[in-house]
Design a binder for this molecule. Structure first.
Ligand SMILES: CC(=O)SCCNC(=O)CCNC(=O)[C@H](O)C(C)(C)COP(=O)(O)OP(=O)(O)OC[C@H]1O[C@@H](n2cnc3c(N)ncnc32)[C@H](O)[C@@H]1OP(=O)(O)O
Ligand SMILES: CC(C)C(=O)C(=O)O
Length: 552
């Protein structure tokens, strides 16, 4: 039964509430990013990555620029253990990258973890135990003191074992299930763990506060983090880290507010892959900074390729609307958005604008490996002339007169509406060709010539009813002469109101596209031609005349 009365708040407020974080505007200093793709991300995959896939993922993370990577839960499986041995034994960890391994605060798992990292020049050992009221009562059946003791015993053992290995071992502690834990109690455990580790400014420890399950709104998390930030022991010797999940859909806000509140490090995954609704998406966080002019110290210039590789390794598909990385996030289908984007892009080009400020597109798709041809504007029945004109111009170099573009807009919209689907740029070009270039049901142009070089006297060869006919006309110029020949032969009068023409390429051999609009009985009829300059304009006129209703 759908019954909200079954639920109650499952979070705790800190004993004193302060909201200094609200006064800060945005993330100005890049936090330390720690990727947990190979651990928390992997933990959430129906088919966890195999060794080769993990090694490829590690390399991908290194290439993006991560300097801290949680590579494994070595106590979990042989594959996790082997990953560490492979990375360490084959010297695959760059000097500026620190690996992290996670362990429950349980003796045999801690010992196995240290076996896994033997020989690593540098590593973070991440110790955790669950501290929430619900888990103390239901899972462990232990008191606050007893659960705290699990953490302290773990901290002692981790310190002992670290002293026995050669590498530079840093410590991290997480009060797992923090959102369901009394905040003062969580702080007390963290400070007691720090009392054992005795971090120094030169050898800092990490205290990592997760929203293991996101139970509250982001401002609650920020207030909790601010409280911990202000009351943490050894503060100058501790890196305060956060690890947001996304159960309420606020992982990104949790992370941003958490950093405003004093966190210096953020754990998360690419594309937000992780337990249940995921970990915080580090791409979104980094790109949020980037799009305000800050260097996120991670490079997503090839995000399209990163996504494809990630999808292959994890067998998870990134949603089309995932911020920054989804297939459709730069794409406008709707007419008014397309109109503004197309005008914004034109303005940008014509005015040589340096900063990015195109309406409806927060970052330049090019920066993330996307393109303007296929990513920005796509056409369906919600689209308008602006978008359709943009597709023709960007993909085919065809610029239509305003009113013709409008007519083309309605024709294209109708096709999409009737077929009930999106139209590709090729299909849009096809619609244009069919309706404005090839539309000659009543007569077709075969040939033309001007008498003895005089452009004011034209002879046209037309095909009508399967027969070639020759017609002549005189005028003030070439097109006028041709138009008069048509008018006289068909005994029809119209006004040639619009005539535009442009080259379809940069060199002198490039074809030309002509557009002609003729007014007849209060209506505009349009035609286009693609050929050499003269033939293109005659073709355009022939199409426009073929549209006149009295010709039928
Ligand atoms: C929020 C997070 O993401 S935390 C990370 C979670 N990640 C994972 O769990 C992935 C890897 N985990 C694993 O492979 C396994 O769970 C292992 C290898 C760690 C442990 O496996 P098992 O020993 O079979 O235990 P399992 O996980 O099924 O059960 C947990 C048992 O450990 C106990 N336990 C859990 N944490 C602790 C702790 N810190 N100290 C003592 N006991 C603990 C539980 O109470 C339970 O005890 P029970 O056997 O008496 O019922
Ligand atoms: C172990 C911790 C950091 C964790 O993964 C979580 O609480 O989500």
């Amino acid at each position: 039964m759908f019954n909200h009365q079954k639920y109650d708040k499952q979070y705790y407020l800190p004993p004193t509430l302060s909201y200094d974080w609200v006064k800060k505007e945005t993330l100005e200093k890049t936090p330390i990013w720690c990727s947990v793709d190979l651990r928390d991300g992997n933990q959430a995959l129906p088919i966890p990555m195999n060794l080769e896939e993990k090694l490829e993922m590690f390399q991908l993370l290194v290439d993006i620029g991560f300097k801290e990577i949680e590579v494994a839960f070595p106590g979990a499986s042989d594959t996790e253990f082997k990953l560490l041995r492979t990375l360490i034994d084959h010297h695959m960890i760059p000097d500026d990258v620190t690996i992290m391994v996670i362990t429950q605060a349980r003796e045999h798992i801690i010992r196995r973890t240290f076996e896994a990292i033997q020989g690593a020049p540098k590593a973070i050992v991440h110790l955790y135990n669950s501290t929430s009221e619900v888990q103390r009562r239901q899972v462990f059946k232990k008191s606050q003191e007893e659960v705290k003791q699990i953490a302290l015993d773990g901290a002692v053992l981790v310190k002992e074992l670290a002293d026995e290995v050669e590498g530079d071992i840093h410590f991290q502690y997480s009060p797992e299930s923090f959102p369901g834990t009394e905040v003062e109690y969580a702080l007390d455990i963290c400070n007691s763990v720090l009392d054992i580790w005795k971090p120094t400014a030169g050898h800092k420890a990490i205290i990592n506060i997760p929203t293991t399950v996101e139970y509250a709104m982001p401002h609650i998390y920020a207030s909790q983090i601010e409280y911990i930030h202000k009351n943490l022991a050894y503060r100058d010797s501790v890196i305060l880290s956060i690890h947001p999940h996304n159960d309420r859909g606020c992982g990104v806000s949790d992370a941003e507010f958490g950093v405003l509140a004093g966190a210096e490090r953020v754990e998360g995954t690419l594309f937000g892959i992780g337990e249940r609704t995921g970990n915080v998406d580090l791409i979104t966080l980094a790109m949020n900074m980037y799009s305000q002019g800050y260097n996120p110290a991670l490079n997503f210039g090839n995000l399209e390729a990163i996504r494809k590789e990630y999808e292959g390794l994890t067998r998870i598909t990134v949603p089309d609307r995932q911020p920054y990385s989804g297939d459709l996030v730069f794409t406008a289908f709707s007419g008014s958005h397309q109109d503004a984007i197309s005008k914004g892009m034109k303005y940008r080009k014509e005015n040589n604008v340096k900063k990015w400020e195109v309406p409806y597109i927060p970052v330049d798709p090019i920066d993330l490996g996307r393109n303007y041809q296929t990513d920005v504007i796509r056409i369906n029945s919600q689209s308008g002339k602006g978008g359709i004109g943009y597709i023709l111009e960007t993909n085919y170099g065809i610029k239509l007169p305003y009113k013709m573009n409008e007519a083309m807009g309605y024709v294209t919209k109708k096709v999409s509406d009737e077929t009930h689907r999106e139209l590709s740029s090729e299909e849009i070009y096809h619609v244009f060709k069919e309706h404005y270039v090839d539309f000659q049901p009543y007569f077709q142009l075969v040939d033309y010539q001007f008498n003895k070089g005089d452009k004011r006297e034209a002879t046209l060869t037309l095909l009508k009813d399967n027969q070639e006919i020759e017609i002549q006309g005189k005028g003030t110029g070439s097109l006028d002469a041709i138009s008069n020949a048509i008018k006289v032969y068909f005994d029809i009068d119209y006004a040639l109101e619009v005539y535009e023409q442009h080259s379809l390429g940069k060199d002198s051999f490039a074809e030309s596209c002509a557009q002609i609009g003729i007014a007849y009985k209060g209506q505009m009829c349009w035609g286009a031609g693609i050929d050499n300059i003269m033939r293109a304009s005659i073709q355009a006129l022939v199409v426009a005349v073929n549209r006149l209703e009295d010709l039928k």
